[in-house]
Design a protein around this ligand. Structure first.
Ligand SMILES: [Zn+2]
Length: 492
């Protein structure tokens, strides 16, 4: 007899669905697992045998062959224990045949108790995308209640509870899942607006951050030490709209796989890696494989403080995700595509001593050139907003606080709706969206400044964002003026 079950496994980069097939046939008693299991999976034979005995279940006599499909990647850990046990129970006709609606994620203890597995949220999201009816997990497996919207989960203490649950049929499962969903606990969604609302004055910088946030335009802020560029860059994330539940859960799952369970929050992630970051740390990979900072910052902000201190190779690796909003990683003949739709914000000193254009610069021309060359031209070309911060706009007691993060965020949300793209950078606006004076100015700038196609498109994109922040669909002349000034490479 053949029995099957559905589970999933985390490969370090991706969550992948695994279908378990178990065949029980007469013959010399033997229990083997094929389909690239590692030693922990192979050891599940011992756990399953003991769990059966301690749950009062007869272990099938004869030859048991378990096949884990697809067979083209290695299965690690104890995540598949419960699914293997269920497939054997189905093969032995102790449970009804698989109708493809249930999935199982738990480790088995010798006692027959279920134990939690790692990366359960990411695995559950992967299973949810396969339109399953319910997921069986260990009682002690923490899952955020939000997960129930995508895949109802049934939490069981013991193997015998799972068996009773599966026998109970869809209605009993739905009832159990509902109870579990409301009973499970999750950390409060974080709602910190940080220090943004404490920034006095700096209206130009706040506007700049709003434009970057609304249009997802990468931003580099340049200025001498102490001008507040890191503080401003850190605050950019507070202007991004809340994530939807699915994206928030996916962000939780990615961070869980990389750093251990984080706090579940609908606020977008902020990643600020140290400049010693390697290429693998930036885009993902390594051994064991892990997601990179660009994926951990997906739908949030990637802050590179002191951009020119990063290794050139690490910065060069950013070019692909900046263009494609995803990274493609190859490993052992398989490729994984990870999301990387982040907003890049970087800071830098204008020169090695940090004072060029602001005070007395002690650097030699060659040193300044070498300093800027640490960051490749193609990367800088992909950062449309490169801004020299103004010392004059330093906070003063008389200056107003200005709009709060919440107010700006609602304007930004509206702007994103106007731009018609919630998850991608706005396409440069078509000429028809510029009114006549705006179009005339744009053509003039293009001819007079001999702008490349890339730069013209960036100016158009920024102008479109500026109009959208003002609640308009039509780009006007002042929008193009402001965009051209912002795209100006300043006093470098
Ligand atoms: Zn200098």
């Amino acid at each position: 007899m053949l029995g099957t079950s559905i589970s999933a496994i985390h490969t370090g980069l991706l969550s992948e669905i695994v279908r378990v097939e178990a065949d029980v046939s007469s013959g010399f008693p033997r229990f083997s697992i094929v389909g690239l299991p590692d030693s922990a999976v192979t050891e599940s034979r011992l756990r399953i045998r003991s769990a059966f005995r301690n749950s009062g279940l007869p272990f099938p006599q004869g030859r048991i062959t378990v096949n884990l499909t697809p067979a083209n990647f290695r299965k690690r850990g104890s995540t598949l224990d419960l699914a293997i046990a269920i497939a054997i129970l189905r093969a032995a006709s102790i449970l009804p045949a698989d109708d493809g609606s249930l999935a199982f994620l738990a480790e088995l203890r010798l006692s027959g108790d279920l134990a939690p597995v790692e990366n359960a949220v990411g695995l559950a999201l992967r299973l949810a995308s396969d339109r399953l009816g319910a997921l069986f997990l260990a009682q002690s497996q923490p899952t955020p209640p939000e997960l129930a919207q995508f895949l109802p989960s049934v939490h069981c203490a013991r193997l015998s509870d799972v068996i009773a649950g599966v026998r109970g049929g869809p209605r009993a499962i739905a009832r159990a899942a509902k109870v579990a969903a409301t009973a499970s606990t999750s950390p409060e969604a974080g709602s910190t607006f940080g220090t943004f609302d404490e920034i006095v004055g700096r209206s130009a910088e706040k506007r700049l951050l709003s434009i970057a946030a609304a249009g997802r335009h990468p931003l580099l802020m340049i200025g001498p030490p102490g001008i507040g560029k890191t503080m401003l860059a850190t605050n950019l994330v507070h202007l991004l709209p809340d994530l939807d539940h699915r994206t928030a859960l996916a962000a939780y799952a990615t961070a869980d796989a990389a750093d251990g369970p984080p706090l579940l929050t609908r606020r977008p992630p902020l990643r600020a890696p140290h400049h010693s970051l390697t290429v693998a740390g930036m885009i993902g990979g390594g051994n064991p494989p892990h997601p990179g900072e660009v994926t951990l910052a997906h739908e949030g902000v990637l802050l590179l403080d002191e951009l020119f201190e990063f290794q050139r190779a690490t910065l060069d690796a950013l070019r692909e995700p900046l263009v494609n909003r995803a990274v493609h990683l190859s490993r052992a003949g398989r490729t994984a595509t990870l999301p990387a739709n982040f907003l890049l914000v970087a800071t830098a000193n204008p020169c090695p001593c940090g004072q060029r254009g602001y005070g007395e610069c002690r650097c030699l021309e060659n040193d300044v050139r070498r300093y800027w060359a640490r960051c490749s031209g193609p990367l800088l070309d992909r950062i449309p907003l490169i801004i020299y911060l103004n010392r004059e706009d330093y906070p003063a007691a008389s200056k107003s606080i200005g709009p709060t993060a919440i107010e700006l965020r609602s304007r930004i949300e509206t702007a994103r709706e106007i731009l018609g793209v919630k998850t991608h950078p706005p396409a440069a606006s078509a000429p028809s969206q510029l009114d006549a004076p705006a179009k005339a100015l744009f053509m003039q700038l293009k001819e007079r400044l001999l702008l490349s196609e890339r730069v013209s498109q960036q100016i158009l994109g920024i102008a479109h964002t500026i109009a959208a922040l003002d609640g308009r669909h039509t780009v006007q002349r002042p929008d193009v003026e402001e965009a051209a000034l912002l795209r100006n490479r300043g006093n470098s």
